[in-house]
Design a protein around this ligand. Sequence first.
Ligand code: SAH
Ligand code: SF4
Ligand code: F3S
Length: 437
Amino acid sequence: MDQLFYIKTFGCQMNKHDSGFISQILLNKGYKQTDSIDDAHIILINTCTVRQKAEEKALTLIGRLAILKRKKPYMITGVIGCVAQEKGVDLFKRFPYLDLVLGPRNIYHIDEFLYKIDKERKQISCLDLTCEFTSFPKYNGYLNGKVKSFIKIMEGCDNFCSYCIVPFVRGREISLTAKQIIDEAKYLVSQGIKEITLIGQNVNSYNAKNEALPTFPGLLKQLDSIAGLKRLRFTTSHPKDISDELIGSFGELESLCPHIHLPVQSGSDNLLKLMNRGYTRDKYLGLIEHLRRTRPDITVTSDIIVGFPGETEKDFEDSLRLIEEIEFDNLFSFKYSDRPGTKALQLPGRIGEKEKQRRLSILQERQREITLRKNKLLEGTIQEILVEGPGKRGDDQLTGRTLGNKVVNFSSKVNLKGQLVKVNIIKGFQNSLLGEL
Ligand code: SAH
Ligand code: SF4
Ligand code: F3S
């Protein structure tokens, strides 16, 4: 069998990380990765189903594989990730040329599945949500001069927010041990990684179900003491699980970057309740106030949904007031989308597509002003940047991020990749800052 594989990834950081994981397993087995779908002999599509649109995108691409497969019948095509878990073997009915359907918890032995398909030429699916969850396979070539990396510390979600499909497709929460995480972090640092982001659907419930094990702030403390690890970040946090101890970490741990992504979803107590979020507007505002008191330079980003069933004009205005009161550094906003199996499907008060779009546009316009204003406030300040490599513009331009996670581009004749440098911010734009060494 030819050994060229191609992976297309949709969705969140989890999925990106999972694709990296799969690449590493396959590279370790001697396969080679290609960026060209036409050259590949194995095509893997790692899918997202968080909203209807995401699912449609994945299905469209899967549909297009028919032509490739007709040309090269011996190629292997696989669907992985959240759509695979949601649709299961029905995918084989709709796309009979697929060889592999693999849920997000079943990627750890992908090489064995591919081997079997190649030998036996039959369709294989594995959708077991109770599978083991392991550390990243031995890195071998995958890091390739990178300066920052993720560690997936937990998998799954037990929160069942009423709109969300993630708990159904990612299964119950499971955490890596602190030792596994520390070992992986030490290894990454030894390979030149300067910044680590801990990822999970809800990182602050790390080990929450077992009091004998280290808590999330305890884990951060252990990671902070690793020599050579310059920056530590984590995402995503759930407001209901943020402890005073975790907030305190932002004032104490040297490597912990002052940025938090804290999805609020709505500014209305009625809706927060219907969404099953487990906190109120006041509780959320209190958390932000506490975070800013502890670490005045902290940047805060969030997610918000408009047009959730039953959202009145007043509820929507509560969301608008909330984003104006808090002034998030950045906000990811979404139109509510019905997802199979979720509680919100049964709620009355459906909002039409046009109205959802109207609300989204208003909200995004307000946020754009806030983001720009906040970026402009940084003009004239000195920021520490971790240099990640050349910027998009090429010609002597380098790019990196501030402690608060904002992108900064600046000119330099010298390649400073991997270094922490001080940059004077000369201009704040909508999506980035312009700096000067
Ligand atoms: N806690 C998760 C959230 C994943 S989903 C994490 O690890 O990041 C990312 C965001 O998508 C959510 O915060 C929510 O704002 C949005 N979202 C989830 N389900 C949605 C739905 N049915 N319709 C619209 N937006 C949704
Ligand atoms: Fe979905 Fe809520 Fe879990 Fe996030 S916390 S993944 S929004 S159910
Ligand atoms: Fe999408 Fe699955 Fe992530 S549904 S947002 S890829 S957890």
